[in-house]
Design a protein around this ligand. Sequence first.
Ligand code: NAP
Length: 266
Amino acid sequence: MSKVKVIVAGPRGRMGNEAVKLVHRTEGFELAAVIDRKHNGESLSAIEGFQGIEAPVFSDINECFSSIKADVLIDLTTPEVGMFHTETALNHGIRPVVGTTGFTKEDLAKLDSLTKEKGIGCIIAPNFAIGAILMMKFSQMAAKYFPDVEIIEMHHDQKLDAPSGTASKTADMIAAVRETKQQGHPNEKETIQGARGANVDGMHIHSVRLPGLVAHQQVLFGSDGELLTVRHDSFNRASFMSGVKLAVDTVMKLDVLVYGLENIIE
Ligand code: NAP
């Protein structure tokens, strides 16, 4: 069976670095190229941290896709660049696996119709950690019985978007099974703006940013005399890689856009 040829965008980033190593060590995958804005024309092995891993480096994504035959693009960059990379990949018939977070609902709708038009698979996963997917599913189950919910997401202080993609996705999954409910006292007033966090369908999301953290989330469900907490912690970026592998394998069999690994994990 031929190997899945993969291009990784953002290889020097914390996630991209792990993804390059995952592709390199996985038997059925081949690292076809990387997209990096600072090292055009070099070999990946010449870049610090990638000794022994050979792959051409391109800064221009169109040049990369025209020169290299590939099946999948893994994007781990920033929202604006990630959106451009994902559209470009679809236009070249390359299946995107996107871990980059911060896409808007409009971005997702645009990519959904482009994916349909091209008839190839695309996976956008705000969280690749299998434990985090289970946290979201368990939270959705709990929300049927506990409609009062607060989400506290905690990440490292270099994260650009807030709330996290995982927190937004958790809120969306809960909103799908919970009747809209404005939580807290009807007359509550913020004496400092933002004290109650972001409001999604009446539930609140709080974003914590601190050095030392990686990716953590608690979903708190309160009811008369009881509190249920569903919590997940990613302690390092390796925790995301089994989900990246699953997504690359799965996107090869899809012809639609899938948003969230919970839709491919039974
Ligand atoms: P990071 O360490 O800051 O890496 C970002 C990478 O993107 C760097 O290699 C950076 O290159 C590159 N980049 C930035 N702007 C670019 C541009 N204009 N053109 C080309 N490349 C550009 O971030 P990270 O922690 O790896 O996270 C990357 C993304 O994954 C973020 O959106 C984050 O929220 C998301 N994430 C997802 C998951 C998940 O499970 N789905 C988990 C963790 C993080 P330079 O060094 O040149 O800036």
